[in-house]
Structures are given as structure tokens and as C-alpha cells.
Design a binder for this molecule. Structure first.
Ligand code: ADP
Length: 179
């Protein structure tokens, strides 16, 4: 699904984020930036050891929840990896929506700082961190919609959803925004 937005567009695809040919891919990292399973493990496997070397060297203290930091991308087809730390879902009353929004917002700002024309996101926090996919889709797409309206940049914001369930959740929210 593609929704055009002035000079920009929001794309939803099902697939593997490590295979995306975009300027920046976003990792759903943990705050220690220590690697892990899920999308984080997949990204580090494909990128190779330089990714961990770089995160250790540049960000020895990790990255706070709700923020993101940039590295190069090793053997990935992308130029950069933005390591975003989403919140662990704890019922929704612990500031989770704000923290998730701010993780997405920081990545979009990093894409401007690094002159990226295209960025690909996974559904941050919706795996091991347990964030309900419908609510995560509302936040992810809401932040992106507002950002593109204000900045008309980057040209492509792609959400790479891992399976039909997450894809459907994002598609329902994007359809309602585009009405
Ligand atoms: P978190 O700890 O932030 O919840 P996870 O990696 O456990 O991060 O999951 C985040 C989302 O990424 C989940 O929806 C999961 O299904 C999805 N995912 C896992 N592997 C990939 C991949 N290779 N490409 C895109 N999305 C992926």
C-alpha cells in the first residue's frame, strides 16, 4: 500500500527489513544497544560485526528509551542504521505512547540530519516488548503523518511489516488517515 503525501509517500510492505534498499533502516534496539533477538538479531547478522563495534565505540552508555542513535550499516544494503529504543508495554499507563512516538520522531529527525531520502521502519516494540500492534500502528503512522506534513521529507517512509497481521493493522490505520 502506498499513500502519496505531497512530494513524499508512506509505503507499507510485508517483508524483511534487512533486505530494504533505502538510505536508512531502523533497528528496534534495547537501551544497552547490546544486540538481541527479533529484528535486532537479524540486522546484526546481516550487517556483520562492524555494527556492534561501532555502537560500542560511539555509544558506550547505550541509548535511552524513546530515543535513537545512528551508525553506518556494515554489509546491509542501507547506508545507515538508526537504533531506536521503544518502550516495553506495561499496560499503557507508563507513558508508552509518548515514548514510542518519540522513538519514531527521533528517527525521522535523524533522517534529515543524515540527508536520507528514504527510511524503513519495523513495527518498533511490537515483538518481545509486547506493544499492541493496533496501538503501535496508530502512533507510528500518526507521528509520520505529522512529520511529513511539516517537513515534506524524507521522500519515502516505508514500514516493513513482518507478516499479514501487522501489515493489516498498519493498513487499517493508514486507510483511515488517508480518508
Ligand atoms: P521489540 O523488542 O522492540 O518488540 P522485536 O524485534 O521483538 O522488537 O519485534 C519488533 C517487530 O519486528 C515485531 O513486529 C517483529 O515481528 C518484527 N520483525 C522481526 N524480524 C523482522 C525482520 N527481519 N524484518 C522486519 N520486521 C521484523
Amino acid at each position: 500500500m502506498i499513500v502519496h503525501f505531497g512530494a513524499s509517500r508512506i509505503e507499507l510492505v510485508q517483508g524483511d527489513i534487512t533486505q530494504q534498499r533505502v538510505d536508512a533502516i531502523v533497528n528496534a534496539a534495547n537501551s544497552g544497544l547490546l544486540g538481541g533477538g527479533g529484528v535486532d538479531g537479524a540486522i546484526h547478522r546481516v550487517a556483520g560485526p562492524t555494527l556492534m563495534q561501532e555502537t560500542r565505540m560511539l555509544y558506550p552508555d547505550g541509548c535511552p528509551t524513546g530515543s535513537a542513535v545512528a551508525t553506518t550499516a556494515g554489509r546491509l544494503p542501507a547506508k545507515y542504521v538508526f537504533h531506536a529504543v521503544g518502550p516495553v508495554w506495561a499496560g499503557g499507563e507508563k507513558g508508552e505512547p509518548k515514548l514510542l512516538a518519540s522513538a519514531y520522531q527521533t528517527c525521522l529527525e535523524l533522517s534529515l540530519d543524515h540527508h536520507c531520502q528514504s527510511i524503513a521502519f519495523p513495527a518498533i516494540s511490537t515483538g518481545v516488548y509486547g506493544y499492541p500492534i493496533d496501538l503501535a500502528a496508530e502512533t507510528a503512522l500518526g507521528v509520520t503523518w505529522k512529520f511529513l506534513k511539516q517537513k515534506q521529507h524524507p521522500e519515502v517512509v516505508r514500514f516493513v511489516l513482518f507478516g499479514p497481521g501487522p501489515y493489516g493493522a498498519f493498513a487499517r490505520v493508514l486507510e483511515s488517515l488517508a480518508e
